[in-house]
Each structure stands twice: as C-alpha cells, then as structure tokens.
Design a protein around this ligand. Structure first.
Ligand code: NAD
Length: 497
C-alpha cells in the first residue's frame, strides 16, 4: 500500500502516528495511507522554513523569478502525470484536471514577474534634499491550508507568490487528495527552489492548529468551507497573524428574458455540472426573470442533461466524474432527498445512476430542480455537487435582492443582451466576482480572486496584485544626507513643507 508522508527540508520524511485513507472515487478503493502530521512534525517543517528564510530573503528577486520560469517548464513537461494524480484522487475528468493545472501555471507565470512586482515606490525630493521610498519586505514563514477541489491550482495560488516575495512556506494540502500537491512541490525543488523554502505537511486539524499556534508563522492563507474559514481567521488573528480565509459559495446566475438562451444554457450547464459541481465558482442556482424564460430554460436544460455522459475521469473523457468521497456522495444525495421533501420540483433525478464496472464509485447523475424557493435548505446551503436549481422571480430588482440577501457573495453572473441592465447589475451587486454572459468569472492570474460577505474573511484577495501586498510588509524610508557641513538648529514644530 502506498504511504504518503511529508516533504520537509527537501526530503520525504515520516512524522505522526495517525493515518487516514485516500480513495479512488471512481472505484471506491483505498489507494494510499496518508500519514497525519503531529505537532512535532509541523514544528520541524516550520523550523526548516525558518532556517531557509535568511538566505532566500536575500536572494535577488530575479533569481527567484528564474526558479519560477524553470518550474513552469517542469509543470508543462509533467502535465500528464500531474493530471493523472489529480483524477486518481479527486475524480474530476482528465480534461478538467488539465484546465485546473493550466490556471495554476498562469499563477506561476505571474510569480515569475517578481522583479517588476517588487520594485516598490520612490519619491525624490519629498523635502529639500530628502528622498522617500516604500519597500515591500518579506514576512518570514507563511502557511497555506488548501481544499480538496483544486488540489494543484489552489496551492499554486499561494506559495509561488509567497516565495517570490522572499518568504518561505509550509503547505498543508487536503487530506482527501494530497498526492498531486506533493508531486508539484518536488518539481519546484527540481527547478532550483532551495530545500526548506517550500515544505509540505499532510494532516488534519492537529496540523492546522500547530501552524496557527506557532509564533514563527507570520501569515496564513486558507481556502475551504466557510465554517472552517471563519474559525481559522479568528484563531490566526488571535495569535497575531495576518490571515486571509476564503470560504464557501452559492453562486446565482441571473437569466434575463432577453438573453441568448442557447448560449446561456450551454454556459450554465458547464458551470453547474463541470467537476461535478465541486467548484467554489460553480453555478448551482439559476434565477430566471419571468416564467416564460424559466419554462424555456428548464425545457432546454432537460434536453442537454439527457445528453451528458458520466463515468470514470480517466476513460473516454466523460462530461462528469464521481464525487470525491463516499461521505460527500451521501451528503449531496441527502440534499436531493431534502429538496424533494421541501417541495421543490425534481425535474431530472440523477440518484439512480449506475456506472457499469464502477458500481462502488461515488457517481451521482446530474439533478435539476425547478421552483426552488428562498427558505429551502437546497437554496440556502452550499451543496457542492451536480445539483442545479431554478428560482423564479419577476424582475431584475427581485433577483438582485435575493443575491444580496444570501450569506455568500463569491461569484455571480447575468445573461442578457441589455447593456444597461448588465451595467446596473455589475455596479450594485454585493458579490466579489461578477460575470456578464460569462458563467464562471474566475479572475485571471494578474488580477486577484476573492468573494464578499461570508465567502472571504480578511481584506486582501488571493493571488495577483493582492498577493504581493498580503505576503509582504510595507516599509517606508525617508532619507537625507546633509551636505557641505550645513548644520541645522533643532526644530520643535511638526515638520511640514
Ligand atoms: P474544508 O473546509 O473541509 O477543508 C479545507 C482545509 O481545511 C483542508 O486542508 C482540511 O484538512 C482543513 N480542515 C478541515 N477541517 C478542519 C478543522 N476543523 N480545523 C482545521 N482545519 C480543518 O473544505 P473542502 O471540503 O476541502 O473544500 C470545499 C470547500 O472549499 C467548499 O466550501 C468550497 O466552496 C470551498 N472553496 C472555496 C474557494 C474560494 O476561493 N472561495 C475555492 C475552493 C474551494
């Protein structure tokens, strides 16, 4: 049986006496035993990152950037192996794993602009003969705690930006699909990242608490569900750390009566069912404005869903693979039962799906509910599965009120041909990432990613320009070199110009 350990100071090492199991979700079989780090092991990883910090901090940004350029080449050269690892533990289809990897690579590409990103700000002659500038200095050891649903991309949102800013890093990937992040970290070592600059500890709450409790960890980036994000934000802040904690989502797509319906339905199909709905930018809710467009959309969705293929992600490129674990399968199926009990109309029922030869896999067929209402749990809660609901409203104002009153504010989109409606929507909606005729408005690597309301705890978004601010401390220096032996008398009033 494959045993997955930790990567500390450039070496795979043991640490911790507890283990959890890693499954192949397409077969239901256990594929590995994952060693869960104890506090001592996490402390060893932090110590390794601390030891690597002084030399790495003083390494010129251009040299750090070159490591990222080489690392990008290795990611591309090893794309097949990485995607196989993602699919084997997460279940998503290979083409989708490649999409995730590509978005991760774009973050590495952005990180390779390090010298440009770290130039700072300079003002000459802020006073007579006085110059002033701001530098962005590394924090020290940073940590990242990542979710199962993007096992390669989300770690790449974090540590490449942290390390090009001169920090060292400890990553704690999801215990459900840890292998790809570990493999990718080893590629970074091959690319020339010095041992200790990036460490990976596998584990659960014990490892996370050890990272949060350590006085040597200066900043924590978290991505996962909202209850855990909120508790990590509170715990980390109480320990004096800088924390950004990205949480869950329930993204609404507004369908206006004038939308290009064929394109809108095609876009929402991918956004609802791609990756089995296990994306924080998935669209699990359509808010149809008017019964006419709602009826037409439901009819088209039924036709499109009937064409979908579901199967193991490694065979024949189906549209959808299995859910990640048995526990998650049971939870998502339970939401479908709940929706029926709550009185929503189950138009397409995916609960009976069986995939031949994979009877023990965690496959759930796509499900479609109509007449979903605000008070229902299937409306309110994040299901994180292939379950799409249609809510019917009478006006754009009603659609926006619904979105604004929801606890989450990660992503949203509007499908329309009306520029005025689109502009009003993007200007006023209380959501962090907004699409117009774009169902999954995930910002590119040179912007930053983050939701509003209870989808993000903290001030700065993930990756892109915000990451430079998050992973550095601003220091402002004001300097004068008195010349010609001039001596000034003491001044007791506040200096001004
Ligand atoms: P999760 O919250 O269960 O786990 C995330 C991480 O937290 C994992 O590394 C896990 O080991 C750790 N963890 C779990 N319980 C913990 C505890 N009690 N104390 C400390 N650490 C703990 O999330 P998940 O199921 O892996 O991922 C899915 C969730 O992530 C969804 O809610 C999804 O919306 C969210 N997500 C959000 C974004 C975003 O950018 N906002 C991106 C991806 C996923």
């Amino acid at each position: 049986m494959n045993r997955i350990t930790h990567l500390i100071n450039g070496q795979r090492v043991d640490g911790g006496s507890r283990f959890s199991q890693v499954y192949n979700p397409a077969t239901g079989q256990v594929t590995a035993q994952l060693q869960l780090a104890d506090t001592l092991t996490v402390d060893a990883a932090i110590a390794s990152a601390q030891a690597a910090f002084p030399a790495w901090r003083n390494t010129p940004p251009l040299k750090r950037a070159r490591v990222m350029s080489k690392f990008k080449e290795l990611l591309e050269a090893n794309a097949d192996a990485i995607c196989q690892l993602i699919t084997a533990e997460h279940g998503k289809v290979l083409a989708d794993a490649l999409g995730e990897l590509q978005r991760g690579i774009e973050n590495v590409e952005f990180a390779s602009y390090a010298p440009q990103l770290l130039k700072g700000e300079h003002s000459r002659n802020v006073g007579p003969g006085i110059d002033s500038w701001s530098e962005f200095q590394a924090l020290g050891v940073c940590a990242g705690i990542t979710p199962f649903n993007f096992p390669v991309m989300v770690p790449l949102w974090m540590w490449p930006m942290a390390v090009i800013c001169g920090n060292t890093f400890v990553l704690k990937p999801s215990e459900r699909d840890p292998s790809s992040a570990l493999f990718v970290a080893e590629l970074a070592l091959q690319a020339g990242l010095p041992p200790g600059v990036l460490n990976v500890v596998n584990g659960d709450k014990e490892a996370v608490d050890a990272l949060l409790d350590s006085p040597h960890v200066k900043a924590v980036s978290f991505v996962g569900s909202t209850p855990i994000a909120e508790s990590i934000y509170a715990h980390g802040c109480a320990k004096g750390k800088r924390v950004q904690a990205l949480g869950g989502a329930k993204n609404h797509a507004v369908l206006m009566p004038d939308a290009d319906l064929d394109n809108a339905v095609a876009a929402m199909m991918g956004a609802a069912f791609g990756s089995c709905g296990e994306r924080c930018m998935a669209v699990p809710l359509i808010v149809a404005v008017g019964n006419e467009v709602a009826d037409a959309a439901v009819a088209k969705l039924k036709v499109e869903i009937a064409k979908m293929t579901v199967g193991p992600g490694t065979v024949g490129n189906p549209d959808m693979g299995p859910l990640v674990t048995k526990a998650h399968f049971d939870k998502v199926r339970g939401y479908v039962d709940q929706g029926v009990a709550e009185g929503a109309e189950l138009v397409v029922d995916g609960r009976g799906l069986k995939v031949a030869g994979h009877e023990n896999g965690y496959f759930l067929g796509p499900c479609l509910f109509d007449h979903v209402k605000r008070g229902m749990r299937i409306y309110q809660e994040e299901i994180f599965g292939p379950v799409l609901g249609v809510v019917r409203v009478h006006s754009l104002a009603e659609a926006m009120e619904l979105i604004d009153s929801h606890e989450y504010g990660n992503g949203t989109c509007i499908f329309t041909r009306d520029g005025e409606a689109a502009r009003y929507f993007t200007d006023h909606i209380q959501v962090g990432m907004v699409g117009v005729n774009v169902p999954l408005p995930v910002p590119v690597a040179y912007h930053s990613f983050g939701g509003w309301k209870r989808s993000l705890f903290g001030d700065l978004h993930a990756y892109g320009p915000d990451a430079v601010r998050f992973y550095t401390k601003r220091k402002t220096i004001t300097q004068r070199w008195p010349s010609g032996g001039v001596r000034e008398n003491a001044v007791f009033s506040f200096p001004s110009h």
